[in-house]
Design a binder for this molecule. Structure first.
Ligand SMILES: *Cc1c(COP(=O)(O)O)cnc(C)c1O
Length: 380
């Protein structure tokens, strides 16, 4: 079956008791045993829960993996994934990643005797040069936030697999509808389901999907042992959001591309960073490994912080807020909001300037979105 159909049905059998069309929320901590030493399919909700299992199975199918896991947040999924690594191991991490991932790896995971190198993985020679005998993992994210740089997942997986290194990809920005890292040779896909997968800005959650059984066994053990799983109610909400992932992503993609083209032609805009534009330096790679570009991108207004603030202060339909991936359009200032925890020199080195603005394009009508940015830009 096709993606659109699977997003609605995969992992969700009809309720055998009452025939409910929607999967019930199994809001229970524990399950009755059938008899002494005879647990049923589920025994305790940290270890497993029917509502969670439906979500986990559905996401696994959509990512073309075999095993899915749902977590309380994207960071909980990441923390669980990083338990795969032990003292003495070496990790290679892309140097342009979600700020929370950077903080987790550089402030917490590194205290466990795991050495970490942050490398620009767009440079495959630099990646090869950074690999040591004790390198056990490579952490990727593409497209990156907020600069929309891309990594060649197939090329990275190729280098890693030959050396038995586990590759991980944070696929939050595109969702499996537009990019399937496992199909490109990556071992583990990770999501903040808070963003596009849930899509309605009303829950925080995370997910991991793998193909390999032994990797799945380890993730399952850590999820249960650490208690990082998602609650039945949150799983229900994410599952409900997931059903409309395909049409939502189509709309996000269409609106964002139209907005990017419109901004690129605007006299007060210096530059638009969107992988679907021919002006994007990695446009060819985007066409090769992605089926669409998603709804999030950035642009630079002509001028500096003052001009950016005038625009941000004038928006009416767009909401000035962090996060992304919901049906409503958001706008933000990476320099002073999402990326403020990055040291100033690091922001400058990466190319996050004071006139940079990030938009998470929602699924409102494009005419209204353009009208709002048009009136906001008139204040610049
Ligand atoms: C939001 C986000 C995360 C963290 O997820 P939470 O659900 O906020 O814990 C990780 N990676 C990316 C790319 C994100 O956008």
């Amino acid at each position: 079956m096709k993606f659109e159909t699977l997003a609605i049905h995969a992992g969700q059998e009809r309720d055998p008791v009452y025939g409910a069309v929607m999967l019930p929320i199994y809001q229970t901590s524990t399950f009755a045993f059938k008899g002494v030493n005879q647990p049923g399919q589920f025994d305790y909700s940290r270890s497993g829960n029917p509502t969670r299992k439906a979500l986990e199975d559905c996401i696994a199918v959509l990512e073309n993996g075999k095993y899915g896991f749902a977590f309380s947040t994207g960071m909980a999924a990441e923390a669980t994934a990083l338990e795969l690594f032990a003292p003495g191991d070496h990790l290679i991490v892309h140097d342009d990643i979600y700020g929370g991932t950077y903080r987790l790896i550089s402030k917490i995971v590194n205290r466990r005797g795991i050495s970490v190198d942050f490398i620009n993985l767009r440079d495959l020679e630099a990646l090869k040069a950074a690999i040591r005998p004790e390198t056990k993992g490579i952490w990727t994210e593409t497209p990156t936030n907020p600069l929309m740089n891309l990594l060649d997942l197939n090329a990275i997986a190729d280098i890693a697999t030959r050396k038995g290194i586990v590759t991980i990809c944070d696929n939050t920005f595109l969702s499996p509808y537009f990019q399937r890292p496992l199909d490109l040779g990556i071992d583990m896909v990770l999501h903040s389901t808070t963003k596009y997968i849930n899509g309605h800005s009303d829950v925080v959650g995370g997910a991991i999907v793998v193909k390999d059984e032994s990797l799945a066994d380890r993730v399952k053990f850590f999820q249960n042992a650490m208690g990082t799983c998602s609650s039945p109610f949150d799983c229900f909400l994410v599952l409900r959001g997931l059903k409309t992932l395909a049409p939502r992503m189509e709309y996000h993609n269409r609106n964002a591309l139209a907005l990017a083209h419109w901004l690129e032609a605007h006299p007060k805009v210096e530059k638009v960073l969107h992988p679907g534009l021919e002006s994007h330096p990695q446009h060819a790679l985007a066409l090769k490994q992605m089926k669409g570009f998603g709804g999030t991108f950035s642009f630079k207004v002509k001028g500096g912080e003052e001009e950016a603030f005038r625009l941000l202060g004038a928006v009416k339909l767009f909401t000035l807020a962090e996060s992304l991936g919901g049906v409503e359009s958001l706008i933000e200032h990476p320099w002073g909001m999402t990326h403020v925890s990055m040291p100033e020199e690091a922001r400058i080195k990466a190319g996050i300037t004071r006139n940079l603005i990030r938009v998470s394009t929602g699924i409102e009508h494009i005419d209204d979105l353009i009208a709002d940015l048009d009136q906001s830009l008139s204040h610049v």
